[in-house]
Design a protein around this ligand. Structure first.
Ligand SMILES: NC(=O)c1ccc[n+]([C@@H]2O[C@H](COP(=O)([O-])OP(=O)(O)OC[C@H]3O[C@@H](n4cnc5c(N)ncnc54)[C@H](O)[C@@H]3O)[C@@H](O)[C@H]2O)c1
Ligand SMILES: [Zn+2]
Length: 374
């Protein structure tokens, strides 16, 4: 099974890495390969990556008519959102400098969304930009973060405050990497799959609703994941191709994130940080509640979102004392035109978007609605 999504500037390959990647690399004229991983992906994914891609041999060029296999340099990041910062970028740029990475180097980001966003940002800015490949290893990164060319880091506690748009040279999604992913992370990724289903694929939503225990290991047959990943990636690919720079429809991918990002930022400072997808799941419930009287069949939509989310995520109450801070975070949100806080939610038909303007009172009410579900 090998499916290729052509996004114009680059392709997303879904399937065993050993089919797609070595052949792709042989067509390229690159001088060095630099793998960015975190401690977990270095342990669980790097050996498999090297086994599936060996020997890494680039395309012959006039400068190197008989290229020898590349020995990858690698960088090891401390895992976690807390480390998605400029300080980590500085360490990575230092390692790039130490490895004498030139303009013809290829950076391979082997990891979840943190490695992809940060490693991509460092590659896109290194010597004004070197090529990079996303090899996502979490469900969240496979279905969402690795696709669409948004890169960056958090700054002063504000998620993704510093970043750029830059497309990868390619994306390779190999579901084998999911085998070592902790269950909590697998669930986290499902939030984005549910989001894509709600945005544009009613059949995928029905599949999720009818699948009990979607994240149980025995349900994780490669063919099943291949199907779910392709359906989910197809939604993301269609949206980013239509609106690469987030001038319109791409805002819809932020469904659940206006409230979700702010709640995620709040919990990041507590001893109990939420996984990104857990915050997005909570955010989708809150925003669907806010939209219930605005979008066609809004009450039915809200019930389906609660059903899909509560089958996968534990309820996570948000302290009332945090509401003001969460509202302040939302005012930082990049989607806001002038002073208004806006949230994009799916409309009545697939790929339809409705934009809501939020007030502090409405946000308080939706968080209370969410808390009362517990
Ligand atoms: N660029 C975008 O368009 C976009 C879209 C969505 C999310 N994001 C970003 O993605 C990030 C979240 O990504 P994430 O959920 O992948 O988090 P993550 O990168 O922190 O990975 C989660 C954890 O799983 C570990 N891990 C990764 N792959 C593993 C594997 N195969 N086996 C065992 N452990 C593994 C990691 O080391 C980490 O501890 C957030 O920073 C979010 O802002 C970006
Ligand atoms: Zn997300």
């Amino acid at each position: 099974m090998h499916t290729v999504f052509d996004l114009g500037a680059y392709a997303v390959h879904v399937g065993d890495l050993s089919f797609g990647f070595p052949a792709w690399l042989r067509e390229r004229d690159c001088s060095q390969v630099f793998v960015v991983a975190d401690e977990n992906t270095a342990r669980h994914c790097l050996p498999l990556f090297l086994e599936k891609t060996a020997p890494l041999t680039p395309h012959p060029s006039p400068l190197t008519p008989h290229p020898s296999p590349l020995t990858p340099h690698s960088s090891l990041l401390t895992p976690g959102e807390r480390h998605k910062t400029l300080a980590t970028c500085e360490r990575l740029w230092q390692q790039m400098l130490d490895a004498r990475l030139d303009r013809r180097a290829l950076v391979i980001n082997l990891g979840g969304g943190v490695v992809g966003d940060l490693g991509g940002f460092c590659a896109a800015t290194w010597k004004r930009g070197v090529d990079f490949v996303q090899v996502p290893t979490t469900l969240l990164a496979m279905t969402d973060a690795a696709i669409g060319g948004k890169l960056g880091v958090d700054f002063q506690g504000v998620k993704n405050a510093v970043g750029v748009f830059q497309n990868p040279a390619a994306v390779f999604v190999d579901p084998h990497f999911l085998q070592t992913l902790p269950e909590r992370e697998l669930r986290s990724g499902l939030a984005e799959v549910i989001k894509h289903a709600l945005i544009g694929d009613p059949d995928l939503l029905a599949l999720i609703e009818s699948s009990q225990n979607l994240v149980q290991r025995e349900a994780m047959l490669p063919a099943f994941w291949h199907h779910v990943l392709c359906a989910s990636i197809a939604v993301k690919a269609r949206v980013v191709m239509e609106d690469p720079r987030e001038q319109g429809l791409r805002m819809l991918l932020n469904y659940g994130h206006t409230v979700g990002h702010a709640v995620e930022s709040y919990f990041l400072k507590t001893p109990f940080p939420l996984a990104h997808g857990e915050a997005v799941a909570l955010g989708m419930i809150c925003e669907s509640w806010l939209a219930r009287t605005v979008v066609p069949n809004g009450h039915n939509r809200l019930a389906r979102v609660i059903g899909a989310v509560s089958g996968t995520f534990l309820h996570q109450p948000v302290p009332e004392a945090a509401f003001a801070e969460i509202w302040a975070m939302m005012q930082q949100d990049k989607k806001n035109a002038a002073a208004a806080v806006r949230a994009a939610v799916p409309g009545g038909e697939p790929f339809e978007m409705q934009v809501l303007e939020l007030t502090e009172g409405a946000v308080t009410d939706c968080l209370r609605f969410y808390n009362d579900l517990g």
